[in-house]
Design a protein around this ligand. Structure first.
Ligand code: GUN
Length: 291
């Protein structure tokens, strides 16, 4: 078994991004500016937003975070989105999900200007992605393609099984892996909560991408010998033996699955850092396009 190292791969990608940011600045163009809007106190969201902020700074970009209280109304969030759409100092922005229950996420996503939608969640960007047109690719699926490319994993003609059909990961990666490109050209099966004989299908995967949101859901008996496994999940599991009192686990039971497969992403240090690099790549693209 070999590790698909997201930390290493994203560091290489970030070095390339940093060079391009420096070139913009050398040409007297201000640094790309990414804004994150965070509503409420969700712990995981705070961790993600802080990591995104640090990553921006590490490549020479400007990062701002608008932290709004959980009681912020939908109208106030929409006003913030409208303000950012029209702020010429902002190249791209994201509204961290999930939003508090009283806010309609889809309404907020649709209010974001597609030109500044560096998450690639707006229907215009999703539509362009499906058609293979130039767009902002959602960061996690883009990160998965990037790590497969970095390690020269053959995808053409392979059976790729995706477990989970979320708008953020499962749905877009299932489309992207089937598209005519490299990585891509795979034969894709999308599995979800209503799938019958799930283990039979996952066992037929040459490439298994898991984004189901359930800790250690995929066990050794659900994977084929020699498969390539991409684990998108990240969960804090209580563990008294660690100093922090928890351990990070993915959607894949790493210890047992790793013994059977050819390549696997660890958690942490796999897909997570690749997602952040994908967001930086989109922000750079926004800065280059929108000026
Ligand atoms: N919540 C979990 N992942 C993401 C992401 O990629 N973007 C945003 N905006 N929210 C998320």
């Amino acid at each position: 078994m070999k590790i698909l190292d997201g930390k290493l791969t994203s560091a290489a990608q970030k070095r390339e991004i940093a060079k391009k940011v420096a070139q913009l600045i050398d040409n007297d163009i201000r640094a790309p500016h990414l804004v994150a809007v965070l509503v409420g106190e969700d712990g995981a969201s705070q961790t993600y937003v802080t990591a995104k902020e640090k990553a921006c700074i590490s490549v020479g970009m400007t990062s701002s975070v608008y932290r709004l209280p959980a009681k912020t109304t939908e109208k106030e969030v929409l006003e913030m989105v409208n303000f950012l759409n029209n702020d010429p100092d902002v190249d791209g922005f994201i509204v961290q999900l999930p939003l508090p229950k009283h806010i309609d996420e889809q309404k907020v996503i649709e209010a974001i200007s597609p030109e500044k939608d560096v998450d690639g969640f707006h229907p215009v960007n999703v539509g362009k992605m499906v058609l293979g047109l130039d767009s902002y690719l959602p960061a996690t699926p883009a990160g998965i393609l990037e790590i497969l490319k970095h390690y020269q994993i053959e995808t053409e003609g392979k059976h790729c099984v995706v477990v989970g059909r979320s708008n953020i990961v499962g749905m877009p990666i299932s489309i992207m892996m089937g598209q005519k490109r490299n990585p891509g050209n795979a034969t894709v099966t999308l599995c979800h909560s209503k799938t019958r004989n799930l283990a039979e299908i996952t066992r037929s995967a040459d490439i298994l991408i898991v984004a189901i949101g359930s800790p250690e859901f995929i066990t050794a008996q659900m994977v084929k010998e020699g498969a390539v496994v991409i684990d998108v999940g990240i969960h804090r599991i209580a563990d008294a033996t660690t100093q922090s009192g928890f351990k990070l686990k993915g959607d894949v039971a790493f210890d047992e699955v790793a013994q059977k497969v050819s390549w696997i992403t660890p958690v942490p240090g796999g897909v997570g850092p690749m997602t952040i690099a994908g967001l930086l790549a989109n922000t750079l693209k926004a800065a280059q396009k929108n000026r």
